[in-house]
Design a protein around this ligand. Sequence first.
Ligand code: ATP
Length: 622
Amino acid sequence: MDYSNLVDFYKKLGSTQSSLEKTAILSDLFSGRDDRELEILVKLCMGRIFSAWKDEDIGISSKLMVKALKKVSGSGEKAINQEWKSTGDLGETAENILGRKRQQTFAVSKLTVEKVHENLKEIADFEGSGSQSRKIDNISEILSMAKPEEAKYIVRTVLRNMRLGVGEGIVRDAILEAFFPSILEITEASEEKFNGKRVLVGKKVSQKFLEEKRDVEHETFDFELSEMSEIDFDRFDFIVLDKSDAKNLYSYLKEAVQHGYDVTNDFGDVAVTAKNKGIKGLRGLEMKIFRPVNAMLAKKVDTIGEGFETVGKPAGVDYKYDGMRAQIHKKGDEVKIFTRRLDDVTEQFPDVEKAVKEFVDTDECIIDSEIVAYDPDDGSMVPFQRLSKRIKRKYDIEDIVNKIPVEVRPFDILYLRKALIKEKYSERFLKLEKIVEEKEGVIRLVDRIVTDDEEDVNAMQQRSLSEGQEGIMMKNLDAEYKPGSRVGYMVKLKPVMETLDLVIIGAEWSEGRRSGWLGSLTMGCRDEDGNYLEVGKLATGLTDEQLEEITNRLEPLIVEEDGRQVKVSPEVVVEAEFEEIQKSPTYTSGFALRFPRLKRFRDDKEDADSIEKVARLYKSQN
Ligand code: ATP
């Protein structure tokens, strides 16, 4: 496929705010592609080069991008930076400067989607000396083949800021729309739509259908949800049903696509499976060891009673540890450890790797756990902030392993020679118990009780807090494991004031003594499409040390610069404390945090809290 063709789709996606329209545009993009093309397109439309589960990054900063543009355009860095200042978008800058250059040259060879993807993919493998210039070469090659407006999107892809508003929900729905028939309620069925199309009609409405649309050729069938995987949907463009069956079928199909994504963490795979193997194929997709899935998340409750209401009685009640979430995969003698962001941290945790090899007695499993640090002198617990030093450590690992030892606290199991996520949590836990041999200071199951008594839960909560842990988790014994969801199968109960996890989306170059440092951080929460909405600025109370760390982290992520203001790619998550939440017309979320303070960096998290959570906290204040 020509890259210019994809750019036409990008332009359409960028020109509408409507999720439904975006879904239709994407469905159009996905339809009729071969497998290889489809896989690449699904990634590129989400601004990705690799699948979500792959721990790979091309690591190109805006600064390096400017160098590549310099090479291709012949313009000086100063001129490029100036243009960037005025457009505020390096993608647009590329379009402008290459546009000016191209007026003198012609005969641009055709750039394909595959070529763009291939060149960018290769970059992740470049390491060591000379890798910077090889990266620049790879990008320059495709930029020099690109038309100016194609260059705009290449640059945005590289900097991971597509500005298209395409989130996971939209991609899921587009896959559904592209590879399954449209489901219509009988009241929506109009004759023109059916012209030349293949139509399947539910028996319940077939009489009515015949009366109204006598001339439409169609087949009828007896709608039975349990038999839907037997239907050959490929043969039809439309399915006409009554209102409730239409709704049920739509949720059933959507759930099948969602299941595919939950277990593979790869919309490319899901799209290709939907296209070639339909519903049966999607249902048959399974988890694979060493391909991490998204972690199931917890809802928050304020009281034990509310906890029982959400997860039912009796419930599993665990300590909530102040550690790091870890999904641990084991196959034979190989172990891999993934963070909640699905980064592979096996190298950073050789002690955990060894513990799992020695004390988890199975050849194939995926365990969900919390890794907790303790003081080597007295065994007392150490807060996450200290443990977090181990997550990014690249050198002297043995040394830090001894200084900050950890214990693994498994609390769930997702796979034991086969996927277990559809099994009940109570059954999964029994299986977990069977394979974990406990050894204090190395690996122990979570502290846990099963009870229906509020007093027991209260005692557990008190015990957890007195031992320096965060509170408790209450878990639904009958629930499946839902990757990536906050569905209320587990809830957390913490007595402290709630904080918000927010993504830094902008900052300001400081003045005076602190000039050269980025400060005044614009923080964003997430809306349901995965866009970020501002909730205020965190400007005061930052120490010099923090400012330095912030600058080091944010500088490579700058995507736009306008005077002292910068916008950054939304990658750094911070936990913010604040005095209260106010309504505010100033920020795009409609809320502003009063007196926000930086509590800590959340390197274990990829995403911000949702606007719903901000709204809920706002309400709960009154
Ligand atoms: P918080 O900021 O409150 O830690 P979070 O946003 O990181 O929450 P949640 O899903 O809201 O994540 O809370 C659950 C988190 O608590 C898990 O991600 C996990 O890291 C941690 N945790 C600690 N102990 C347990 C446990 N026994 N069972 C499940 N999760 C636990």
